[in-house]
Design a protein around this ligand. Structure first.
Ligand SMILES: [Zn+2]
Ligand SMILES: [Zn+2]
Ligand SMILES: [Zn+2]
Length: 330
């Protein structure tokens, strides 16, 4: 969008007095039009300035007066600033008697910017950790590449064999650059724990039918590899070491992916208790690795395929049915 020349969104208001009423609101309704309004650095700065105010200030006093907002953004020309502010009204910003406030879509956009989700990352960063491979016990490395935190075993063939993954991959978890920062170099083990901890918490929500990203409804299902062979590494047919996984997809935002079955039900008994007995009741890499170390097998369930786990200290298997109901097996 050309700077200051597009008036299609509504009446312009040059030289509006500070704090004056904005005339009309741009009537965009489609996502394309709404996002097109953001193609300007001043507008993005307005959203960030409003977000900063809401983050640090008293929420009852969150409306930012026109002049204060203009100064925060650093634009001297009131007419120019008013024009750009006007373009944000409706979807992203609301005018109230005391000034301007950020609306939920505007807040979400600033969060996306701050997480670095739209920034580019260069190079591949990798570091050794003191964590152990859940397949062979050797030390693992953590790598950040293309927006994914990838854990790799230094000795065995690992558990995943997807395209673009390095050899020995044990897990591959998306995390935005802002959340990773320089942690590969400065705190690789903590990064490993954060990535896997977040993964497990999200998996639990997905398993309960709730999208952790948008709150929409999810429909988890157990997927079984019918030609599974993972004795020496990831299966050639399904590319993972587990004979069955849970696939989740949000019906609203399409967020989702595959997860080890145990992770999806790890907040429920007897899985929660088994983690506690193992001394890993906090979500992190060790909890993830403990769950991946529990022997599992596929069997016929009440409703399609089910997965049976042999949890430590139990004589009977624990069965997770296709609808993720948990029952005792034999
Ligand atoms: Zn290994
Ligand atoms: Zn397979
Ligand atoms: Zn969603």
């Amino acid at each position: 969008m050309a700077d200051g020349t597009d008036e299609s969104g509504g009446p312009d208001s040059d030289d509006r007095p500070d704090g004056g009423t904005v005339v009309g609101t741009p009537g965009a309704t489609s996502p394309e039009e709404a996002f097109a309004r953001l193609g300007n650095a001043i507008r993005v700065s307005v959203l960030e300035a409003l977000h900063e105010r809401q983050r640090s200030g008293d929420r009852s006093d969150e409306a930012v007066p026109y002049t204060e907002l203009r100064r925060a953004v650093g634009v001297d020309d009131s007419g120019k600033f008013g024009y750009h502010l006007n373009q944000l009204l409706g979807e992203f910003v609301e005018k109230r008697p005391g000034g301007y406030v950020l609306l939920a879509p505007g807040r979400e956009l600033v969060r996306t910017i701050k997480s670095g989700a739209v920034a580019t990352t260069e190079g591949v960063h990798s570091a050794a950790t003191d964590a152990a491979c859940f397949r062979c016990g050797a030390p693992v490395t953590v790598t950040y590449t293309s927006g994914y935190v990838v854990t790799c075993c230094t000795e065995c063939r690992g558990a995943l064999d997807y395209d673009l993954l390095p050899p020995g991959a044990l897990s591959s978890i998306p995390l935005p650059p802002g959340a990773v920062g320089d942690a590969v170099e400065t705190a690789p083990r903590a990064l490993l724990d954060r990535a896997h901890g977040r993964f497990c918490h999200r998996a639990r929500m997905f398993g309960d039918g709730i999208c952790p990203r948008c709150g929409g409804q999810t429909t988890p299902s157990i997927e079984v590899c019918t030609d599974h062979d993972a004795d020496t590494g990831p299966c050639e047919a399904c590319s993972v070491s587990m004979p069955a996984t849970v696939r989740v997809t949000c019906r609203v935002c399409a967020e989702g992916g595959i997860s080890p079955v145990a992770c999806v039900v790890s907040h429920r008994e007897p899985f929660w208790d088994a983690l506690s007995v193992a001394g890993v009741d906090r979500a992190g890499y060790d909890a993830f690795a403990t769950m991946l170390g529990w022997p599992m097998s596929v069997r016929d369930g009440d409703d399609g395929a089910a997965v049976a786990y042999d949890l430590p200290g139990r004589s009977d298997a624990v069965v997770v049915d296709g609808d993720l109901a948990i029952r005792d097996g034999v």
